[in-house]
Design a protein around this ligand. Structure first.
Ligand code: GTP
Ligand code: MG
Length: 330
């Protein structure tokens, strides 16, 4: 972390906190520590980003006890109240990497940002999965070439990940050795929404051991869409989706990495003017995403990306091409 001057941040960034035993937290004796470890909560970070009912349901330790342990873990990592000055310092530790498209980078204020959740939605074949592939390569570029010299994690809910495509994309980047590049993309297929949640719950320990700066979830919604049919189950679905998204957001914060999720669209009934497509997932997704990007098709292999929601950037558009080498400027 070159830009970070905040020592509190370093505690999260580096692996130094791994040397602090979870036994050192108040309320954690050897028996509880063992139960926590067995359930996969073996580090302060894993505890800090968890919720009481999540751990309680796996370990059968009471929620109140777990609540105190989580608070202690967050305390020891200095996650909590902070002044605006501290927040500014923390924001400086956000890093950016290139998408490979100058226009998309400019739209995002200089590239894909860590500690941020980017949601990309659009109809089929608009490029959501292609951008995901591209980012898995560009995050690996050396810093002087616009990357973060880091690894990517690809969670595939649709079965559309293609390592061959990464090999085509990497041809444009002579700084990267194709074989090493492939090894630095960690892949996991998710099979249903519970499995997806389980994968995300297990991530803290995994992230502790890897230099991951990008997590892709393609797509965040498909399992939910097929499992929860009919409006009767909508509240339940939204609650689960909410839990998943917030866990991802907290991981992005705690490990200073970017989260890229894709979403599908549905026809918006009763909308006669404008674009009749709306992202699925409703308010839950809208609130969780830091950046929302809407993709649409243009002529041939041209695509238009529109930044529709961002905390501090204007609503702008970017045009890009999808060709043999991935995402390109037109
Ligand atoms: P859905 O997942 O179906 O909703 O679509 P998506 O938005 O994820 O689309 P995706 O990114 O898969 O594809 C976008 C476009 O990229 C399509 O028009 C494809 O034809 C094109 N594309 C996909 N793979 C390749 C490839 O290997 N080479 C080239 N040149 N184009 C590709
Ligand atoms: Mg796709």
């Amino acid at each position: 972390m070159s830009t970070t001057k905040n020592s509190k941040e370093k505690k999260i960034e580096t692996k130094s906190s791994a040397s602090i035993n979870i036994e050192n937290l108040s309320g954690v004796g050897p028996a509880i520590a063992e139960k926590l470890r067995e359930a996969g909560y073996s580090s302060l970070e894993a505890l800090a980003v968890a919720s009481p009912n999540e751990i309680s349901s796996i370990t059968s330790i009471g929620e109140a006890t777990i609540g105190k342990i989580i608070a202690a873990a967050r305390d020891s990592l200095d996650i909590g109240f902070e002044s605006a000055a501290e927040l500014l310092e923390r924001r400086k530790s956000m890093e950016k990497f290139t998408s490979g498209s100058e226009q998309i980078d400019a739209m995002l204020g200089g590239g894909v940002e860590t500690r941020t959740l980017i949601e990309v939605y659009g109809e089929f074949r608009t490029g959501k999965t292609q951008i995901a592939h591209q980012l898995c390569v560009t995050v690996q570029l050396p810093r002087e070439k616009g990357g973060l010299g880091a690894e990517a994690l690809y969670i595939d809910a649709e079965g559309t990940f293609r390592p061959e495509r990464l090999l085509e994309i990497v041809e444009k980047y002579p700084d990267l050795d194709p074989k090493t590049m492939l090894e630095r993309v960690v892949y996991i297929r998710s099979f249903n929404s519970d499995h997806l949640q389980l994968i995300v719950d297990k991530l803290p320990n995994f992230l502790q051991e890897h230099n991951i700066k990008l997590i892709v979830v393609d797509s965040i919604i498909s399992h939910f869409r097929s499992e929860y049919i009919g409006r009767g189950t909508l509240a339940d679905r939204q609650q689960k989706l909410n839990r998943l998204l917030h866990k991802l957001l907290r991981l992005g914060e705690a490990y200073n990495l970017a989260i890229y999720i894709t979403n599908q669209v549905m026809a918006a009934p009763g909308l006669f003017f404008g674009d009749p497509t709306q992202p699925v997932g409703g308010h839950v997704l809208a609130h969780a995403s830091t950046y929302r990007i809407y993709l649409r098709k243009s002529k041939a292999n041209k695509r238009i990306a529109r930044l529709v929601d961002s905390p501090c950037l204007p609503e702008t558009e970017a045009v890009f091409l999808i060709n043999e080498q991935g995402i390109q400027d037109p």
